[in-house]
Write a protein that binds this ligand. Structure first.
Ligand SMILES: Nc1ncnc2c1ncn2[C@@H]1O[C@H](COP(=O)(O)OP(=O)(O)O)[C@@H](O)[C@H]1O
Ligand SMILES: [Mg+2]
Length: 248
């Protein structure tokens, strides 16, 4: 169950400075969220933890060791479902195990178990085009969980879903996370989503991204989206993002 750390990380793409002296620590087993405007470098930061980008300066660490490449202990889940359309649900979910050389006989119970966890029992033989958006996203999550990672890196996972499905999926995510001890880092531009889900919320500035505020949510779960504490926290994050109001 890994601690994640961006230690004074700066990232440039050519002349473009994307991340500026980021200091960010995610504790083991914590549910952390990063909120920030489009283009501020959120996905870039997440991809560093996934071992898919390197820092220009500074260090990217998991449990104190520099991350140099992708590692099955840290899986990335993103909005585009990226499911193989020609593979069934079970074949999509079992793909990572297949690559790892796990036999078909051993794969089956592990795939069935995670499908049950994400509420897709009975859909083993379906193809992606026969599923709703929410179900496809559940398949993506199942595909990550089947590898039993320590860290889930979620990049706007519900961005393409309708509002009602999104709220349902948020509840499912909390249920999945509770009791597993897994570390979760969720990137979102949805302030309410961050306030509803996370223990800690890191707010980023526009590009070049910096951490402008880190807020401990400290609210019991399940959280009331209309409660005073929730509303106050939402406002605090809006203030940190410098979202004002209009004048008439
Ligand atoms: N591989 C890349 N090459 C060049 N520029 C990139 C690359 N990846 C991201 N960028 C740029 O970095 C900035 C931040 O991108 P990104 O991390 O995707 O932002 P966010 O996820 O916060 O919307 C953007 O301006 C984007 O164009
Ligand atoms: Mg992004």
């Amino acid at each position: 169950m890994q601690t994640l750390h961006l230690n004074q990380v700066t990232k440039n793409f050519g002349d473009l400075e994307v991340l500026s002296s980021i200091e960010l620590k995610i504790e083991k087993g914590e549910f952390a969220a990063i909120v920030g405007p489009s283009g501020c470098g959120k996905s870039t930061a997440l991809r560093m933890f996934a071992g898919l980008e390197t820092a220009t300066t500074g260090r990217v660490l998991a449990d104190g060791a520099v991350i140099t490449k992708p590692d099955p202990r840290r899986v990335l889940i993103f909005q585009e479902h990226a499911l193989y359309p020609w593979r069934t649900v079970e074949a999509n979910v079992g793909f990572g195990l297949e690559l790892a050389g796990v036999s078909k006989k051993e794969r089956k119970p592990r795939v069935d178990e995670v499908l049950e966890k994400v509420g897709l029992s009975g859909f083993q033989r379906y193809y992606p085009h026969q599923l709703s958006g929410g179900m496809k996203q559940r398949v993506s999550i199942a595909r990550a969980l089947v590898m039993n990672p320590d860290v889930l890196l979620l990049d706007e996972p519900y961005g393409a879903l309708d509002a009602i499905t999104r709220l349902t999926m948020q509840n499912e995510l909390i249920k999945l996370w509770r009791g597993t001890g897994k570390t979760v880092l969720l990137i979102t531009h949805d302030i309410d989503e961050a306030v509803y889900l996370a223990d800690t919320i890191h707010v980023m500035s526009p590009r070049p991204g910096r951490i402008v505020e880190t807020v401990q949510a400290g609210m019991a779960r399940p959280r009331n989206r209309n409660g005073n504490e929730f509303v106050a926290l939402r406002q605090r994050i809006m203030d940190a993002l410098d979202i004002g109001t209009y004048s008439i």
